[in-house]
Write a protein that binds this ligand. Structure first.
Ligand code: PAF
Length: 326
């Protein structure tokens, strides 16, 4: 009896030390890639900083590797409030906030610094605020890096090399228009189906940044990698608007700080993989070529007709102001 009472007292003390005396709010965060990817690293940093800043008012449960479904389904989950947070690419974003599509225009940004300064500057922040109109709240822009083409058919040097290539694109009209104009056979597909479709030969290739190609080990299902850098790939840290509106000011400030640091971690990962990724993929057996500036220019010329559509949709003034942004 004495033993039992002492045991209960010890157990009670452990519970008291181990758990805060207030109810914690659970944040389910879903993302398409593994815990050791740029998304996983950013989500972990988000959790660490949020818990430290809020005094453990939250718990964060991670659902990596599309554990909550494709990116479109996850965003819809945020809108109805069944999922609290996500890190997503711009793949399906234009279906929710059409203006985000402007960042998906190929050959728009000259490098990572240019893209980051546009996204962190007035143009990026104005578009980020538009998520509030559609049941979402944008915390910060992150990124994946520049997208490159992988395939199993042939090395790519000219637009003729992509003619008829069954290439998976994101469900993104801006990307689709570009690959159509190049003469490829673009196939929009949600990410969770991509690896098996490559394995089964349903598609010949896909395009993604080195951050994805390396972390997903696409070398296991793809032979050729062409460093085309044809388009920058933004990502965004989103929370559910119903969830956001239930937070007090200090909790919102903690989230904002956590998001800022998560983006620093994500960009750091991208910087590293942009430096080491090609060597890693060569070591894993991929045949790699980088487009020369003349070869790149030929791809730019091949999508002139798509550019006319982009100007019509987003306005040439906005596109030009992004291109010339310093
Ligand atoms: O290609 C995509 O759909 C995206 O880049 C991915 C891999 C899901 C990461 O957001």
């Amino acid at each position: 009896m004495t033993f039992n009472i002492r045991g209960l007292a010890v157990a009670g003390a452990v519970v008291a030390i181990g758990c805060p005396a207030f109810a914690q709010t659970e944040i389910k965060i879903g993302y398409a890639l593994a815990p050791d990817s740029h998304y996983g690293v950013a989500a972990k940093k988000f959790e660490e900083v949020l818990l430290a800043e809020s005094g453990d008012q939250f718990t964060v449960t991670h659902f990596p590797s599309s554990g909550l479904g494709g990116e479109r389904e996850v965003i819809e989950g945020l809108q109805i409030g069944t999922i609290e947070a996500t890190i997503v690419s711009s793949g399906t974003l234009a279906n929710f906030v059409p203006d985000t599509g402007v960042f998906d225009i190929p050959f728009l940004f000259s490098g990572l610094d240019h893209a980051r300064s546009v996204l962190d500057g007035p143009i990026g922040q104005e578009i980020l605020a538009e998520f509030d109109n559609v049941g979402l709240h944008g915390l910060a822009w992150g990124e994946q890096g520049f997208r490159h083409i992988t395939n199993n058919r042939n090395p790519i040097h000219t637009p003729a090399d992509v003619a008829g290539l069954k290439i998976r694109t994101m469900e993104n009209p801006v990307h689709l228009a570009a690959f159509d104009a190049m003469g490829a056979a673009p196939t929009p597909m949600a990410w969770p189906e991509v690896v098996s479709s490559l394995q089964q030969g349903v598609i010949d290739g896909q395009e993604n940044p080195l951050s994805v190609i390396v972390s997903v080990k696409l070398n296991e299902v793809q032979k050729y990698l062409t460093i085309s850098g044809h388009v920058y790939s933004p990502a965004v840290l989103l929370v559910s608007k119903p969830f956001w509106e239930g937070l007090d000011d200090s909790q919102k400030a903690a989230m904002e700080k956590a998001a800022t640091e998560a983006v620093v971690a994500m960009r750091g990962y991208v910087d590293d993989v942009e430096t080491s990724g090609v060597e890693t993929l060569k070591e894993r057996g991929m045949e790699v070529n980088a487009l020369s500036s003349e070869e790149k220019a030929a791809f730019q010329t091949s999508i002139k007709s798509a550019y006319e559509g982009y100007y019509e949709t987003y306005g040439q003034e906005l596109v030009d102001s992004i291109v010339s942004f310093k």
